[in-house]
Unconditional design. Structure first.
Length: 103
């Protein structure tokens, strides 16, 4: 895929995400039937990252998915707690990068 096509896809996804976010509609990456659509959730996140979604944006998308998941409130809280550890690790990583860049 050419750089121009990648940028167009990224712009389309970002516009889609922004319009939905401004409308109060959450977006999530999902694979309801991975065999039928020939993908995995890992591949969907890989593609989203390759299209330019930041780790913070991907964590927000994951939070959206957990919020609407068909699961018990207890399991939802467990997943959100686990996800917050990734959020903390991402923040620590970004702090390390920032201090390295400013040195």
């Amino acid at each position: 895929m050419s750089t121009r096509n990648k940028q167009l896809r990224l712009d389309t996804f970002r516009t889609y995400a922004k319009v939905h976010a401004l409308s109060g509609i959450a977006i999530a990456l999902c694979t309801d039937n991975p065999v039928q659509i020939c993908t995995t959730i890992g591949r969907e996140y890989t593609v989203a990252h390759a299209l330019g979604f930041s780790p913070a944006e991907l964590l927000a998308i994951t939070r959206n998915a957990i919020a609407v998941a068909f699961t018990s409130p207890e399991r939802r809280n467990e997943l959100l707690t686990e996800l917050s550890q990734w959020d903390d690790a991402d923040s620590a990583w970004m702090d390390t990068k920032s201090s390295t860049l400013s040195s």
